[in-house]
Design a binder for this molecule. Structure first.
Ligand code: FMN
Ligand code: SF4
Length: 417
């Protein structure tokens, strides 16, 4: 079996997540100590040099965002937010990090806070994540007790407070500006971008918001250096990625690999192949807001750019595998039901459009004589209009699974009939 390369999950399963001494014995909080002895600029420059890209889905360069939040003003209040909402279907990597090694995340957040000059931070945790919330809360209390959080951290003169906020089950609240509204205690509706959070975020202040996996990479990068990090993964997407593999495979689970691993390796070497020896049908990569891959994509190195070149998205790293007996139209219908349900209703194109997409596919599927060659081009046309006219990225999402399912899979199925 292909060997995992664990950076973020290096302690996972090896230490007791509720025992800070075990974390410290595994080099825990050494990166924070090192960071506090450097200038903040040195920290975000190191992250820029490492090439780390946001693991929440979009793959935006992390250090660039940090720098933007750090330099925007000289003496203003700033915030750090860790996005642990993890609402993308098929994704459970952040949960694993929080449940198995919460201190790595706290250490990463404290380093990020120091680099931008933030003295207050929040971890926004998905409401359903009970164990993760309890473990992160315990770890925060332990970190305060040992002087890794709070006033004058490790005698450095740097103060940083961290607390948890819990989500209430809205997928859209994972979107960064909606999340910020939610932390402010408001209804989960998005704000118009720009301004970006690094300019005007929480309570109008510059805010760095990053995903759990992104921030959990910070300690290893600060300890081992940008050059080391760049030696792993691919040129444009350095480092590792945690893939969560589910669906029709023999060994579903979470696996951390260098960027550039292929779908074939993940399905056949890592997850022990398709269940019951059935032929592969399709894989949905990146969740509901992701894309359908077919057999032809098995050897594409999985990183942000290589996947984009072939019309796929890495997104959150979720890989949902379907054998060839699965009815992909029903899968698509459940994705459209998801978007219809999660649309916040603030803008008309998405509020009306996501319902219309669902109804169009549902009615055609239930009326008999379903003709994908007629229905999909119309669904794609409508989803394209919704994408162009919606207020936030949720309305821009249904086009992704629709177009990829049609172009990568259904067109060739029809041609082979
Ligand atoms: C509808 C929607 C839901 C999202 N949900 C999440 C989420 O649950 N977790 C996450 O980290 N990012 C999520 N994002 C992406 C965030 O908006 C943002 O890009 C991310 O938190 C930035 O962190 P990163 O640069 O470390 O990836 C979502 C985006 C959209 C449009
Ligand atoms: S695109 Fe959808 S989710 Fe986003 S603001 Fe409009 S209605 Fe709400």
């Amino acid at each position: 079996m292909l060997k995992e390369y664990r950076i973020v999950l290096r302690n996972s399963g090896l230490i007791d997540p509720e025992n800070i001494d075990e974390f410290i014995a595994a080099d825990g909080y050494r990166a924070l100590q090192k960071a506090l002895k450097s200038e903040p600029i040195g920290i975000y420059e190191e992250i820029i040099d490492s090439g780390l890209r946001g693991r929440g889905g979009a793959g935006f360069p992390t250090g660039t965002k940090e720098k933007a939040a750090a330099v925007i003003c000289s003496d203003c209040t700033r915030y750090v937010i860790c996005n642990a909402d993890e609402g993308e279907p098929g994704t459970f990597k952040d949960r694993v990090i929080m449940e198995t090694d919460p201190h790595t995340l706290i250490e990463g957040i404290a380093i990020a806070a120091y680099s931008i000059g933030a003295h207050k931070g929040f971890i926004y945790i998905r409401g359903e994540y009970g164990l993760a919330t309890r473990r992160v809360q315990l770890a925060i209390e332990q970190a305060y007790d040992r002087g890794f959080l709070g006033k004058n951290i490790l005698g450095s003169g740097f103060d940083f407070d961290l607390e948890i906020r819990r989500g209430a089950g809205s997928y859209l609240c994972g979107e960064e500006l909606t999340l910020i509204e939610s932390v402010e205690g408001k209804r989960g509706h998005p704000r118009i971008k720009p301004p970006y959070p690094a300019e005007r975020g929480l309570w109008g202040a510059p805010t760095l918001i990053n995903n759990v996996e992104t921030l959990a990479n910070f300690p290893a990068i600060i300890l081992n250096g940008a050059k080391w990090y760049r030696s792993i993964g691919t040129e444009k997407s350095p480092g590792t990625k945690i893939f969560t593999i589910s669906g029709d495979v023999n060994k579903p689970g979470f696996y951390e690999f260098p960027m550039g691993v292929t779908l074939k390796e993940l399905i056949y070497d890592v997850a022990n192949g398709v269940k019951d020896g059935k032929p592969f049908g399709a894989a949905l990569i990146g969740g509901a807001a992701g894309t359908f891959a077919s057999e032809q994509h098995m050897d594409v190195p999985m990183d942000y750019d290589k996947l984009r070149e072939v019309g796929l998205t890495l997104g959150s790293g979720a890989v949902i595998v379907m054998d060839d007996t699965r009815d992909l139209n029903q899968v698509m219908l459940s994705i459209l039901r998801f978007f219809k349900h999660e649309s916040c209703g603030k803008c008309i194109p998405c509020r009306v459009g996501t319902t219309q997409l669902y109804n169009l596919l549902n009615e055609n599927l239930t009326q008999g004589n379903f003709d994908p060659a007629k229905v999909y081009p119309e669904l794609i046309r409508q989803a394209g209009m919704i994408a162009k006219t919606s207020l936030c990225p949720l309305g821009q999402s249904p086009i992704l699974p629709l177009k990829s399912l049609w172009e990568h899979i259904l067109v060739s199925q029809i041609a082979n009939q």
